[in-house]
Structures are given as C-alpha cells and as structure tokens.
Design a protein around this ligand. Sequence first.
Ligand SMILES: [Zn+2]
Length: 109
Amino acid sequence: MTMVAPAAYGCRHAGGRPPVSGGPVRTCIGCRQRRAATDLIRLQVDDGYLHVVDRPVPGRSAYLCPSQACLERAVQRRAFARTLRQDVRLDDGLPVEFREAVKAREAVR
Ligand SMILES: [Zn+2]
C-alpha cells in the first residue's frame, strides 16, 4: 500500500470567487468592477514607473478596463499605489501606452 498524495486539493485562498466559468477574474481599480482578466489591461511597475504589460511578469499587477475613464479615475484616487503597495510614478508615456493597448484589444475583436 503506497501513500496517495492529496493531489486534488483546490486552492484554499480562492474564497469569494464569483460564479464565472473560465479564466481568472480581476477587479478594475478604476471602477471596481469585476471582469475576466483577459478583458482587462494589466499594469505593472518597472523601475518605479507604471507600464502596461502584455504578458505577465512576476510581481504585483493592477488591472484596468480598456477605458480611458477608468485610467483617469484610478489616477485620481491614487489607486495604483494602494493596489501595488509601493510608490508609483506615472510618466507622460503611460496614457499613450494605455491607449495603444486599448486599440490593440479592439483590433483583436
Ligand atoms: Zn473599469
């Protein structure tokens, strides 16, 4: 008789998961709506500055709807620093990066 590893344990930290099937769900830090992570634009800090990333990099991420209004709201509420738990600087290139990411999103559909 061999030991059977309990391989089927689910993640116990995933409490409060909404009943949406398929893929992870994230909260937009602009409007606080929960959406599929694939619908949101991911932002991460690199060298103290916030950037749009198109593929996951280790570290904390913030998510925004592909909407300029959500970006502005997040900036006004200083939601980035709170979500990412560090000082976040925004450079002039971020709105441009964000707009490009939104455009790229729309082109796929
Ligand atoms: Zn939003």
